[in-house]
Design a protein around this ligand. Structure first.
Ligand code: B12
Length: 250
């Protein structure tokens, strides 16, 4: 089993020691960071500190050193945001600090996106992606969009706070059949169901497939709201989109 001392970055070590309390979270993070390279630990540390300039510089450096974009995303950016999420939940940091870390995340993602998007394959299909009404969280959705584009899809980004009608209009305008809805708040999750209902009312439900995701969303919740599939992360989102696109073709 990995030990805290296996993590070389001092900031990351101190963050785990000082702010994490739940045994399973401590274990998961020690495991995650001890197998991440020192360069990825540095990116995570800079993100936790909200230092967008350093995240930007280290991401460029890592890519120049030949580190895979996906590794930077998972072991650097997402891993760092995981710690920020726990500190936010426990009341150690507040919205302004989280926003500063989110800005640092975006600084790193700006270099990763073009790489993930440049797979050069024929589009498999069009996916309409949005964060549901009332919800302003877009980091996870944006990662899904990057991965979808890299996986050969055309992804239309409706942004945050997307009403059921905006999803419907986008489907009509783009002649799309795949929809991805993201929600990070338990209070906005019901808007996934409302969106599905809106498509039923418009007589379009059978022509589209709905994917759902976001930290509080579960496969069971997905079924409950009448979605066609749930994805736990951006990679799962692409796999699911491929499966549903294949179903639509048959
Ligand atoms: C960053 C953040 C913010 C930022 C958002 C910045 C931005 N541009 O997105 C700011 C500061 C604005 C914010 C605001 C708020 N937040 Co906030 N936030 C977070 C935080 C720390 C991280 C979320 C995140 O980006 N995670 C990283 C990404 C990569 O993960 P992800 O979103 O889960 O996405 C992955 C998967 O879920 C999946 N996925 C995501 N979407 C989709 C879609 C599909 C189709 C598929 C297949 C997969 C998929 O793939 C992604 C990539 O792997 C979380 C804590 C947490 N642990 O989630 C709280 C959290 C979500 N926020 C919370 C709260 C309470 C709020 C506020 C109400 C706070 C307040 N009092 O104002 C407001 C609400 C604003 C609003 N109306 O939306 C709570 C929600 C509690 C609840 N149960 O509802 C959380 C859980 C923190 C907590 N524990 O208290 N927040």
């Amino acid at each position: 089993m990995a030990q805290l001392s296996d993590i070389v970055n001092e900031t990351v070590r101190a963050e785990i020691e000082e702010f994490l309390d739940r045994p399973e979270e401590i274990e998961r993070n020690i495991e995650l960071f001890s197998r991440a390279s020192p360069a990825m630990q540095d990116i995570a540390a800079a993100l936790i500190e909200g230092d967008n300039i350093t995240v930007d510089r280290l991401t460029v450096q890592a890519l120049a050193d030949g580190v895979e974009a996906i590794e930077i995303m998972d072991d650097g950016l997402i891993a760092g945001m995981g710690i920020v999420g726990i500190k936010f939940r426990e009341g150690f940091v507040f919205v302004p600090e989280v926003l500063v870390s989110a800005r640092a995340m975006k600084a790193g993602m700006a270099h990763i996106e073009p790489i993930l998007a440049a797979s050069g394959v024929e589009p498999i299909g069009t996916v309409i992606m949005g964060t549901v009404q009332g919800d302003l969280h877009d980091i996870g959705k944006n990662l899904c969009i990057m991965m979808l584009r890299g996986g050969g899809f055309t992804a239309i980004d409706l942004g945050v706070n997307t009403s059921p009608d905006e999803f419907l209009e986008a489907v009509r305008e783009n002649d799309a059949h795949l929809i991805g809805m993201s929600a990070l708040l338990t209070t906005t999750m019901p808007n996934m169901a409302r969106t599905v209902e809106h498509f039923k009312d418009a007589g379009l439900r059978d022509q589209v497939r709905f994917m759902v995701g976001g930290a509080p969303v579960t496969p069971e919740f997905g079924e409950e709201v009448g979605a066609d599939g749930y994805g736990k992360d951006a990679l799962a989102c692409v796999e699911l989109a491929k499966k549903l696109a294949a179903e639509l073709r048959t």
